[in-house]
Design a protein. Structure first.
Length: 50
């Protein structure tokens, strides 16, 4: 394997890992976001009223 090919593939792996971290981070941020919690709470209150 030539050094230039190895450098190129490692950069590609770094990019893939970075995107994966962004996706996971974004998903966790969305899951624990207060807005979504508020919506869930309102839905639960609505269901209890019926």
């Amino acid at each position: 394997m030539e050094p230039s090919v190895f450098i190129g593939s490692s950069i590609f792996l770094y990019i893939v890992a970075f995107i994966a971290v962004l996706v996971v981070g974004g998903y966790l941020t969305y899951r624990i976001s207060p807005k979504r919690k508020q919506r869930r709470k309102e839905k639960r209150n609505r269901d209890n009223l019926d």
